[in-house]
Design a protein around this ligand. Structure first.
Ligand code: MN
Ligand code: MN
Length: 351
């Protein structure tokens, strides 16, 4: 407001203060996580697979907490990921009964892990810093409670607060990152520090996650440039581009990733940008890059990593339903990514 006044524009005296950007709102949680009368119109109206809905103040004995971050104001190209959490929850042809026995194992991970859903955070569109703070606070609350947060995005900017919050609780974590893009930009194309192309840079520079703890799988295309790639090498980031996967096969690459991530780290965070999958199988995303892995490869790999490593947090990001194909194939895939992570975790717990 003071800027308006300085610029010679009229301002109401009632709001003539340069501090009035918000009122005390009480954070990003609704007391009833799925209260449609108070939530964003783009928020989810029901829990993932029908698991119990729980407020973050009332997590009880939950082992896993699903939470939505309907946020797309970090996107540099196509937005729309604010509709991601709702699409990931809704896009399922089975009953919303909180029961999903896995065909290969017979394990119902939702029951074994006591999975609950805290709904979508209330995030103010356009206000990046405030949104990032609310996401980080919520994820840290879940991790401090001793539960595993699984965050439904949202564009990839949310991995900055997600992994930072998990690292604050669990210490020296490894981050296994599926993506067509490295997301290690120093700034966004318009000079901002927070955006969907910069979260891994922020995590490393802040010290939240060490560069040598990063394993990136599926990189391809024409970004970032050589200067950023050199910076990544300096940090000791381990990257497996598509060319490696094509040459050696996904299984061999994941063998390496598992061995590397298990070496010395206290625990693991999985970050799944759905654009790691070929746009032919996952078109509903913000920055599609042709020539990716298959949906089968992603699902099997997520289950394997969650079975073989101590996964203490995960996010599924960059699902942009307005760009999804006929049949909502991207949303169906993202829904199953969550279940495969949960199944791997349940197998690890039981075996
Ligand atoms: Mn990404
Ligand atoms: Mn990407």
């Amino acid at each position: 407001m003071s800027r308006l006044l300085v610029a010679g524009l009229d301002g109401s005296s009632g709001v003539a203060t340069d501090t009035l950007t918000s009122v005390d709102f009480g954070g990003g949680q609704l007391s009833d996580p799925f209260d449609a009368s108070k939530a964003h119109a783009f928020a989810s109206r029901g829990s993932y697979a029908g698991v119990p809905a729980r407020n973050l103040d009332d997590l009880g004995d939950a082992g896993v907490v699903i939470i939505g971050a309907p946020f797309d104001w970090g996107a540099t190209y196509r937005a729309g990921a604010r509709f991601g959490p709702k699409a990931i929850r809704d896009t399922d042809y089975l009953g919303f009964d909180g029961y999903r026995p896995h065909l290969p194992t017979g394990i119902d991970a939702l029951g074994v892990l006591k999975v609950v859903d805290a709904g979508d955070l209330l995030l103010p569109p356009g206000y990046i810093d405030e949104s990032i703070d609310r996401i980080g606070d919520a994820v840290e609350t879940i991790a401090r409670h001793g539960a595993v947060p699984i965050i439904l995005g949202g564009d990839h900017a949310i991995t900055w607060p997600n992994a930072r919050a998990v690292a604050a609780v669990h210490g020296d974590i490894a981050l296994i990152h599926f993506d067509a893009h490295a997301d290690t930009g120093n700034t966004t194309p318009t000079g901002m520090l927070v955006g969907h192309g910069t979260p891994m840079r922020r995590l490393i520079e802040s010290g939240a996650v060490s560069g040598h703890r990063f394993v990136q799988i599926g990189l391809r295309g024409y970004w970032p440039g050589p200067e950023t790639v050199a910076w990544m090498e300096e940090q000791g980031m381990r990257t497996y581009p598509m060319s490696d996967i094509v040459e050696r096969g996904m299984r061999a690459v994941v063998d390496d990733a598992v061995a590397y991530a298990a070496e010395g780290a206290d625990a693991v965070f999985l970050s799944v940008d759905i654009d790691v999958v070929d746009p032919g199988m996952a078109p509903g995303t913000g920055t599609p890059e042709p020539g990716g892995i298959t949906s089968r490869e992603l699902l099997d790999t997520l289950r394997r990593l969650s079975r073989e490593l101590d996964v203490v947090g995960a996010d599924i990001v960059e699902v942009s339903p307005p760009y999804d194909g006929p049949g909502e194939i991207t949303a169906f895939l993202a829904n199953r990514c969550v279940l495969e992570i949960l199944n791997g975790m349940a197998e690890r717990k039981l075996l």
